[in-house]
Design a protein around this ligand. Structure first.
Ligand code: ADP
Ligand code: NI
Length: 218
């Protein structure tokens, strides 16, 4: 039997290698931050929540993002499942972690989520924190640059009421992404600790946008 620490170390090494070629905002260091913030939030909720599930979910959550695989939403969960099976973990653990990988994404907010758990809520909060604040701003422009999207175009208004398919295909200006997603995240946090960190990061994005629009004269 492997210890929990060995399982986590093996998983971290696997993920780090898999994400070697990933886009700057979805690379190993994104996963690392989500992993660390998951542990922080998990400590704040006390002894509830299974720490092995939380750490494995955080480590595997972006193992293969559908955005970079023609919208295929099965590839991440399947990759996570195959890896976890190779470690011979119990079926309960595997199923729970695979459900976290499948249902963590913002896109899933368009549908009733058939699965929920405290562990999922914790990892989701940690992932959302990395999409806001200074890191979130940097990641948005990295992703927009990677897609070749414009930075800012005053003639294209943000799409605030998008359906899931429109959201997935979206190639609008990165500044619009703040109104389409990033500024909405603070009200979607699951845990009190997540919410409190999100408030401060949200404020920083508001300051950034104020300065941005002052500079462009709007
Ligand atoms: P999820 O992976 O939860 O479905 P996204 O894929 O929307 O969420 O976001 C992951 C990261 O990519 C976030 O940091 C987000 O800001 C960035 N991102 C996603 N879509 C865009 C976009 N159209 N423009 C800029 N950044 C984006
Ligand atoms: Ni992520």
């Amino acid at each position: 039997m492997m210890s929990h620490q060995e399982i986590i170390n093996k998983t971290a090494a696997f993920v780090r290698q898999e994400l070697e070629q990933a886009e700057g905002g979805h690379d190993w260091w994104h996963t690392y931050r989500v992993w660390q913030n998951s542990k922080l939030i998990s400590r704040s909720v006390g002894s509830n929540g299974d720490s092995l599930i939380i750490e494995l979910g955080a480590l595997l959550h972006d193992i293969a993002d559908s955005k970079f695989h023609d919208g295929d939403e099965n590839i991440g969960p399947e990759k996570a499942k195959t890896f976890l099976e190779s470690l011979h973990l119990s079926q309960d653990i595997i199923d729970h972690v695979v459900n976290i990988v499948r249902y963590i994404s913002f896109k899933n907010d368009w549908e009733e989520r058939p699965f929920n758990s405290l562990e999922l809520e914790i990892v989701q909060d940690a992932d959302r924190l990395d999409a806001i604040g200074a890191v979130g701003i940097a990641r948005a422009f990295s992703f927009g640059g990677h897609k070749g999207n414009p930075l800012y175009d005053p003639d294209i208004a943000p799409h605030t009421a998008m359906d899931k398919e429109t959201y997935k295909k979206r190639n609008g200006p990165t500044i619009n992404h703040f109104y389409e997603k990033l500024l909405l995240l603070k009200d979607r946090m699951n845990t009190p600790e997540g919410k409190s960190i999100a408030e401060e990061r949200h404020q920083f994005m508001e300051t950034f946008l104020q300065q941005f629009f002052a500079e462009v004269g709007k």
